[in-house]
Design a protein around this ligand. Sequence first.
Ligand code: G1P
Length: 172
Amino acid sequence: DVVRSVQPADMVCSYVRQSHALGLGHAVLCAEALVGDEPFAVLLADDLMRGVPGGPGVLQQMAQVHAQHGGSILAVQEVPLDQVNRYGIVSPRTIAAGVHQVEGLIEKPAPDKAPSNLAVIGRYVLPPEIFPILRKTTPGKNGEIQLTDALRELARKFPMYALEIQGQRYDA
Ligand code: G1P
């Protein structure tokens, strides 16, 4: 019953396997044929999110910013400086309350190399233009094909925004 409640009868589920553990960027690339030529969302299942009770969910908040500004939307949260080395960290230029244009990103920087303490948490709204970039992305941090590296390239060519989400994140 719980599964039925989160999967309405008219929803179609398809899946694709990432047969080698080559990193998050590679995992997203594996979904290219399913996604096709349209914007899509990436939800990292080990980041659980809950919007503010009674308010919009996190993905809905991101969809609203996407409807307003277009481009890519990354969910971010402030983290203590001694934890920036666990996350993708954005270089932000603030354009509205809680909304920042992303001028750069770096995966898991040391605190003294971090451009801010705004950490990417596991929700992304991305355009299909990420796929050709991912195909050319070489292994980065920890020898993995990093989504963050491809996003940095994407941000050079297309608008990208970081949204400080309203709600709670539970890191599994
Ligand atoms: C991944 C991403 C990282 C992001 C994080 C959010 O890292 O590579 O940029 O900040 O998810 O949870 P992982 O936690 O898989 O090492």
